[in-house]
Design a protein around this ligand. Structure first.
Ligand code: COA
Length: 487
């Protein structure tokens, strides 16, 4: 991609997301990394250019070191917040990350450590002329006794005070939420920052949750960015990109990864209670990646459209993930991937119904049931309530030797569902699909929809640039224009 294309892409994403809320949950080791000032420069830039930025600083390792310094031993229990809420839940949930049991003795130190970390963010934002507020935006409730174990001052996020946060965001300021929540009587609780990030992203209707991880911190040998699968078992059909990076996952795929990695939790619990060797460090790194996926899945279920797991120590990772098609980390999509699925034979009547008026007007090339059946594996539909309401196909063509190009074709949206984003979402899905399959470019042939493709980043090109095999079937009488997007 050349420099101008990059600038255009940036403007495209900027206009698409400006004004929307994004929550950044940042691992503590990232704040101690030399790359932290760059990360904060980027977050300040986003806040100053109209994004509503919310920061949830993780403080676990800092709290550990403060407690150690004051001779307070941390105890952990594997108990999920959901378990705590369920009346009478007794058994420990071994599939969730262990939680610190914050004793009354430890609580003042935990508060001190949590606010210390939060002020690091405030300081870094101030250095970039960005105003921020560290606030008591989390209403908490004590976890109580779980499985016979008193969780003491460990709490869960009961409510996010969106009213005051909204006012602060409207002023262009950045709310910072330390890992503390307050009960109705003002009693402070230690609430896991993952849980605060999830509750805040959901309550604020965030379009994105960024899980800014220190990824390989327990596994310094690994060099990949984003989600590191080292030690993390992956289902065979999950595709990884360069350096083993998983570019994106559907919620279903995320569930499949988690199902394979459940036993990791038990070992991670042992690791956090003191056992240390390199094999355990790798297991713990995998457990951390699984914890991030678990948070991403929960956020996706809570309605956050996109969750991005990025390595906060990598220069410009947030901006690259935000402003480019392929990103820099791992994205968990909640929206289109749930709705966009491969075409099934029983969808064909719906697809033909959607296409018929467009074929009559000559906007689409005429196709019959057999044509679609023959290329069935190339087609995807946008399903709503079990019925297809939009469709599109991705045909693969041999391009120059060793590279392939994707033709996005047969795009049609049910007229009753026009202007609801279905068309652009299915096209973006196919662009991502093509990138995932290693295609170098995607193109479309169109007679009347060029403006729309331009808004999606496609550029007009000479049909002479069509793959050789495609040229043979190019209908020169139709005079379709070719639009291309390099991947
Ligand atoms: C083009 C098409 C796929 C768009 O689908 P959609 O789900 O309605 O589009 P989206 O909701 O993603 O985008 C809507 C925007 O695109 C604009 N748009 C829709 N059709 C357009 C066209 N032919 N040319 C330019 N802009 C168009 C809308 O005005 C709207 O603009 P706005 O956001 O400024 O209000 C749909 O109109 C369609 O099925 N058209 C006929 C088939 C076709 O042209 N297929 C491509 C042939 S290769």
């Amino acid at each position: 991609m050349n420099e101008m294309d990059l600038v255009r892409e940036v403007f495209h994403y900027q206009s698409r997301f400006a004004g929307s809320t994004m929550v950044f949950k940042v691992d503590f080791p990232v704040t101690a990394d030399p790359a932290f000032p760059s990360l904060m420069k980027d977050l300040a830039l986003l806040a100053r250019t109209g994004f509503r930025v919310v920061i949830v600083p993780g403080a676990k390792e800092w709290i550990d070191s403060v407690l150690l310094e004051y001779g307070i031993v941390s105890r952990y229990a594997q108990a999920s917040a959901e378990n705590a809420v369920a009346e009478g839940a007794a058994a420990e949930d071994t599939t969730t990350a262990p939680l610190r049991i914050t004793s009354a003795q430890a609580m003042p130190f935990v508060e001190m450590a949590a606010f210390h970390v939060a002020t690091r963010f405030m300081t870094a934002l101030s250095a970039n002329h960005c105003d921020s507020v560290i606030g008591n935006f989390v209403r908490a409730r004590g976890l109580g006794v779980i499985g016979g174990r008193d969780m003491e001052n460990t709490g869960r996020a009961e409510k996010i005070l969106t009213g005051p946060m909204g006012k602060i965001l409207n002023l262009g300021m950045v709310p910072i939420l330390p890992c503390i929540g307050w009960g109705p009587s003002g009693k402070p609780y230690n609430v896991p920052s993952d849980e605060i990030a999830l509750a805040a992203a959901s309550a604020l209707g965030a379009v994105k949750l960024f899980i800014v991880t220190s990824g390989t911190v327990l596994n310094p040998g690994a060099s990949a960015s984003g989600l590191i699968p080292a030690g993390l078992k992956l289902p065979a059909d999950i595709e990884t990109g360069e350096n083993g990076r998983i570019i994106q996952l559907t919620p279903k795929e995320t569930e499949a990864v988690l199902a394979l990695n459940t036993p990791v939790w038990a070992q991670n619990c042992a690791q956090t209670t003191g056992m240390q060797n390199s094999a355990q460090a790798e297991t713990a790194a995998a457990a951390k990646a699984a914890a991030e996926l678990r948070l991403a899945l929960a956020a996706s279920r809570a309605g956050v459209e996109r969750i991005h797991i990025i390595d906060g120590r990598e220069e410009g990772a947030v901006l690259r993930e935000l402003f480019s098609n392929l990103g820099a980390g791992t994205m968990i999509y909640a929206d289109e991937y749930e709705a966009i699925r491969p075409l099934k034979t029983e969808d064909i009547p719906d697809v033909l119904r959607i296409m018929e008026p467009l074929m009559q007007q000559g906007i689409l090339v005429r196709r019959c049931e057999e044509d679609i059946q023959e290329k069935k594996k190339d087609y995807y539909v946008f399903g709503i309530d079990g019925r297809a309401h939009a469709c599109a196909a991705l045909h693969k063509w041999e391009d120059s030797p060793g590279s392939t190009a994707g033709e996005i074709a047969a795009i049609a949206v049910d007229s009753a569902y026009a202007d609801m984003g279905l068309g652009s979402r299915i096209v973006r899905f196919l662009i991502n699909r093509a990138a995932k399959e290693g295609m170098r470019r995607v193109f479309v042939l169109t007679t009347r929809t060029q403006d729309w493709f331009e808004t999606l980043g496609f550029k007009e090109s000479d049909p002479a640039a069509l793959p050789e095999e495609r040229k043979k079937t190019y209908n020169s009488g139709r005079k379709s224009k070719m639009y291309t997007l390099d991947l």
